[in-house]
Design a protein around this ligand. Sequence first.
Ligand code: SF4
Ligand code: FES
Length: 363
Amino acid sequence: MSTPPPIAMLAELTHRCPLACPYCSNPTELLSREDELDTDTWVRVFGEAADMGVLQLHLSGGEPASRSDIVDLMQGAHDAGLYTNLITSGIGLTPRRLDALEAAGMDHIQLSLQGTNADLADWIGGYQGGFDRKMQVAAAIRERGIPLTLNAVMHRHNLDDLDRTIEMAVELGARRLEVACVQFHGWAADNRSQLLPTREQTEAAKRIVAEAEARLRGTLAFDFVPPDYYADYPKACMGGWGSAGLNVTPDGTVLPCHAAQTIPHLRFQSVRDHPLSEIWYKSDAFNAYRGTDWLPDTCQSCERKEIDFGGCRCQALAIAGDAGATDPVCSKSPDHGRVLDLLRAAAEPEAPMQWRQPARTPA
Ligand code: SF4
Ligand code: FES
């Protein structure tokens, strides 16, 4: 079967970030400023992405506003014809910068929410005063009428605030709310037992989202990502490996997903050395888990194999020790017992929460 082009590209412009969330999906070995692609290279990559059929560009990090050239990057992406979404904590977005980004063609902002009040949000984000600044940025976004999605990353410590989170999304003028339960990659993997919501919280969240979706139809749209540890079947991670989207890391390495670099036998290529389309269509790493031919026996005989493509490769590696295994979240997986063990361990967490640490500066 021929491979379609990607629809979306996530450009992780930098790993630098003023916040230190313990669930950050960046790798635990962060890249430093010296490793980052320069403006011209990013703009070239945006052009290559548009030429191969990418429609949406998510400008992310770390905190993308930590790049002093963020307005030039936005302009380059807009000129390439891409729909641009800035994924941000809001820290560093002054009204002047917002105006410049709008003038440069920014189409949409996705603002993260760490908590519904300063105490909780600043504790989770590890940044005093962050909540108040975020609220100021949210007001400035609303004043300008920039389309806004609120991205509420949910876990054990804030899922009970879901009702208030939904109210805030309406008050802030968001058109969409992502209720995104933490996925256990990157820093979150080390904090799993602290962050995993309880089954009761998860069931309550499902009811609250369903009720709010019906009540707020036409005002607020919802994306709900429940914790898959309580599900019977896994999600189709990234819509299927190498099928709909790609990530470019701050140094130009091209990945099929956030956590792909944890898979030790795969070698990932860089936009510094290869055209983006060559990496997408021809690289061994992107072809490793494409489609369904590679699926293990458990999945080959399953009617859901075209729905979830065996789940998440990185989760299979992290929990089962084999990136080519059925995602252990699946109730049919021979490794499913390991997920049940993790749930038992999370009921009585022993390790304290670890916040994200800054990148080590090169010697
Ligand atoms: Fe999906 Fe494989 Fe589980 Fe079937 S057995 S539901 S294809 S992960
Ligand atoms: Fe890598 Fe799911 S995060 S496949």
